[in-house]
Ligand binder design. Structure first.
Ligand code: TZP
Length: 215
């Protein structure tokens, strides 16, 4: 069976930004004890052996907490670590291929950044979408053009699936993207580069929860 998932506070874990394998595990531990609801491992600069070692450790940490572990892009690592799902971009393997490889019981997320991307989502194959970048970000060098919150809201009207907003989101932006219709907030630097990842997670989680009450 597919795991339940709650997109509210979606941590995209960049182990280099955290300070390496051990520091990334610690960040994931602190974040998920303090409100993060999903962890995606994304290590664009890492060799697969290192990805796998961290993915296995993350799975052992997160599974008892019921927090899904998603692997960015690499289906083989997701399967080898028995992660809960895979997240792909528009230029990665197509959703129908990933779904065939991972089977029916794992989560599949897809990045989108335009109306054309949204309209291309097959909601029978994909479980959730990422939408962004909403704001300027220094984390992803090849990020698409910034959408801004008005365009985000326009795109989210068309969302075929639960959607998490990403790109340049911190505590100051979280309420705005929830108000624009996002089901959750995906962050890299707001937690991985925080001096206190636990406090950052608590503040993000509280901001998202109160924004939802008024949305
Ligand atoms: N995809 C779109 S923007 C982005 C990704 C992975 C990076 C977001 O990082 P940050 O630090 O939360 O702006």
């Amino acid at each position: 069976m597919k795991p339940d998932f709650d997109l509210s506070l979606y941590l995209v874990l960049d182990p280099d930004m955290c300070g390496g394998h051990a520091a990334a595990l610690r960040t994931a531990d602190l974040a998920t004890r303090n409100g993060a609801t999903v962890v995606q491992l994304r290590a664009p600069e890492w060799k697969k052996r290192a990805w796998l070692a961290l993915a296995v450790d993350l799975k052992a940490l997160l599974a008892p907490r019921g927090v899904p572990l998603i692997i960015n892009d690499h289906v083989d690592i997701a399967l080898a670590a028995d992660a809960d799902g895979v997240h792909v971009g528009q230029k990665d393997l197509p959703a129908h291929v990933v779904r065939r490889l991972i089977g029916p019981n794992k989560l599949l997320g897809l990045s989108t950044s335009s109306l054309a991307d949204l309209r291309g989502v097959d909601a029978d194959l994909v479980d959730y979408i990422g939408v962004g970048p909403v704001y300027p970000t220094g984390t992803k060098e090849d990020a698409n053009p910034v959408l801004g919150v008005v365009k985000l809201a326009q795109l989210l009207v068309e969302k075929p699936l639960p959607a998490v907003a990403i790109g340049g989101i911190g505590i100051a932006q979280a309420a705005e993207v929830i108000g624009a219709g996002a089901d959750g907030v995906a962050v890299v630097s707001a937690i991985c580069a925080a001096t206190d990842p636990a406090a950052a997670s608590v503040q993000l989680g509280a901001t998202i929860a109160s924004a939802r009450e008024v949305a």
